[in-house]
Design a protein around this ligand. Sequence first.
Ligand SMILES: [Zn+2]
Length: 326
Amino acid sequence: MHNNISIKIIFATLFTLLAAQSTLAQRPPAGFVPPALHPEGVTLGVEQIGANVYALQSSRPPADNAGFVVGDKGVLVIDAHIDANMANQIISAVRTITDKPILYLVNTNGHADHTFGNYAFPDETKIIAHKLTKKMMSPDMDQRKKGSLGMVRGDMSVFELTESRMPDIIFDDFMEVDLGGISVELYHFGAGNTFGDTVVYLPSVKTAWTGNLVLGEGSLPFLLIGDTGGYIQTINKFAATLEINTIIPGHGIPATASIFNRYVDYLRNLSATVAKAHNNNKTLDQTIADNPLEERFSVPDGLSGTDFYRGLHPFNIQKIFLEKKD
Ligand SMILES: [Zn+2]
């Protein structure tokens, strides 16, 4: 009974979130599992990527990763995490490395799990986001909290103390942040998982933080806002613009540039498959049943959050199906 109620709450809140973001929204298909982002017990491990560049990796993927870069003048943090406790873990991790001020915080997208820690950062920290990310961060926190309950098993206590803190600086396609002796590049290659997806790139170590645009190794793209063609274009532009050694995803384990081909092949292939099913007058349920995830796109067994990653496949089929219907 209790489980049924919490599942209903999760789907109801997820539906609200999706409805707010897409006119094509409908209840997610069977098999879709919201990402388990409840912060309880999650710790962030500091991993040095190169000189002055650090990844913060979640002990329980797909709970969020983050990162920071230290320059002569101060520090830039990548993503604020889901609440003040997690944001304070990020700040403490920075303090194990340097006493310099945290001058900037970048929100790679506007979801709760990337921005609800904003308010825990000091006043001196300027928050940077893409203009469309700022737009998706409505100051109506009640609405944002309710819409985000699915990711924390319906547990409102996670968001109880969270206050709104909006970006101070917005950018369009590109912005360079000079930290003194090291520069951080911010790119918007187009819409992906959200309309304002931001890639944070460190040319010195050829490493990119990708938020939700590219999830971890072995993952599938999450077509949350639909627009399959747009997602493919965004990934292609990303791959063509930057030389990549390492991707630190917003969720999941680090990936290499080979994830670009995986995402593009998967999306192209699925788009063609769903178009064919649609032309043959198949229903959505039939299309999902007829098209299990192909072996070449399989999600590895040992991956933490496997149920979430695998459940993205029926979710993506539904999104593409509804696009074709339009
Ligand atoms: Zn996320």
